[in-house]
Design a protein. Structure first.
Length: 425
């Protein structure tokens, strides 16, 4: 099998003699057939093929296949956003009356999706500290628990998850571990190698990497044995009447059941498909992901070290720093680097951080992260501005916290910008 760098550039799509070298954009809602019988076979899931882009499109599938190869999975699908990927990944195997165990250190949008919106759909979530003991983790499970969820590197807390610990607990309770691998990307961590069963991505971040296309992806390792836990997963292990009584886990096996069901049912009914044009842009980003990730990490490491040395800075969080709370876990799971995001506190609290932000020249103020261009956010004066200092502390976001996403510019220019802005504080 090829190495990750080669898969980034060439994976997913192999043109035959005389075909386009670059992934073609199949900008078509629909696909033509000679006979109704030909099309009927597709509707019965008897043969695979395309009939309507709300469910599947060839451009998307080329790009999903590349990400699948990068993660070392057996099947994958693109979604319209990372949020759609997180939603599908859980809703594909859980419904009303079910329960999920999730790390509490997850992206705020995912937290809201789980704790508010999916709760309204009748799915209960128990949030556990990523640093909990195995006993505390075991205590979170219930008879109706259907999955465990966590993030390799949590956005924005930068907590590194002990994936093996979470996988062992999930498997002991007969459920899969779903990992959001957005911040690490498969270049820096492949969660399947550590026991995860399903991986999700917001491809909007490093994978696209240029701030041009919102998107998501779900990859299946093909290792979770649904049939061995058939009583927990009736959606995969009993006939689907909407497809003439097909049983996904029987017909498509461990390798294909989960993604086929998500495509056939969830894409059909919710239609959160990525546009082929966006999938094309995503693929351009993937072609340089391995080169960009190395530079993001190198810049973030130098930035974190610089920030530690500046006496206007109260604290710095970056797992690449010796002495960081997650340094040891990062050495194990992220030996080649973690990501480009560093968080730090400006001495003087909320006011000082606001002054720092106003003084930046090169680094832009954005809610985005993981872009080729460096960007910066002060949650207390932006995304969390309605909160008092006390409420901010309770949410794990201190009033002085600045989240800095290091891009791939020259690091001396980035440090010079941060230095001059800190001098104004
Ligand atoms: C941004 C993000 C998401 C949500 O992705 P969208 O593409 O914005 O919908 C999910 N997880 C993580 C870790 C993220 O950073």
């Amino acid at each position: 099998m090829s190495k990750i760098e080669t898969i980034c550039v060439q994976g997913g799509y192999t043109p035959a003699n005389g075909e386009p070298r670059q992934v073609p954009i199949i900008q078509s809602t629909t696909f033509k057939y000679d006979t109704s019988e030909d099309m009927a076979k597709l509707f019965d899931l008897e043969v695979s093929g395309y009939f309507y882009t709300r469910l599947q499109n060839p451009t998307n599938d080329y790009v999903a296949k590349k990400i699948c190869e990068m993660e070392g999975g057996t099947a994958a699908m693109l979604t319209s956003s990372g949020q759609a990927a997180s939603f599908f990944s859980v809703f594909n195997i859980a419904g009303q009356g079910d329960h999920i165990v999730s790390s509490s250190a997850i992206y705020g949008g995912t937290y809201n999706l789980f704790a508010v919106t999916m709760k309204r759909m009748g799915i209960d979530f128990t949030f556990v500290s990523p640093d909990c003991t195995r006993e505390e983790l075991d205590a979170a499970f219930r008879p109706n628990t259907k999955a465990v969820f966590g993030e390799t590197i949590a956005n924005p807390a930068l907590v590194v998850l002990d994936i093996e610990k979470f996988a062992a607990a999930a498997h002991a309770h007969g459920v899969p571990l779903i990992i959001d691998n957005t911040f690490a990307t498969p270049v820096n961590c492949r969660p399947f190698e550590w026991g995860a069963d399903i991986v999700t991505h917001s491809t909007t971040k490093y994978m696209d990497g240029h701030g041009s296309a919102v998107g998501g992806c779900i990859v299946d390792s093909g290792r979770f044995d649904w049939m061995a836990h058939a009583e927990k997963y009736p959606g995969l292990c009993t006939p689907d009447e909407s497809y003439h009584g097909i049983t996904y886990a029987e017909k498509f096996g461990k390798e294909g059941a989960y993604i086929t069901k998500a495509t056939a049912q969830l894409m059909r009914d919710f239609g959160c498909i990525q546009s082929p044009q966006n999938a094309f842009l995503l693929n351009l980003g993937l072609e340089s992901l391995h080169v960009r990730m190395a530079r993001h990490c190198e810049n973030a490491q130098k930035m974190a070290e610089y920030l530690q040395s500046d006496d206007k800075v109260a604290w710095v969080t970056y797992s690449g720093l010796e002495g960081d709370k997650y340094h040891e876990l990062a050495k194990k799971y992220l030996p080649n680097g973690s990501c480009g995001v560093v968080s730090f506190g400006v001495k003087g609290g909320r006011k000082a951080a606001e002054k720092f932000m106003k003084s930046l020249r090169l680094i832009a103020i954005e809610t985005h992260v993981a872009d080729a261009r460096s960007c910066c956010l002060h949650p207390a004066s932006a995304t969390h501005r309605q909160m008092t200092d006390e409420e901010l502390y309770a949410a794990g976001v201190s009033p002085d916290l600045v989240r800095l996403s290091c891009g791939i510019e020259n690091i001396d220019d980035l440090i010079a910008d941060v230095k001059q802005a800190l001098e104004k504080v």
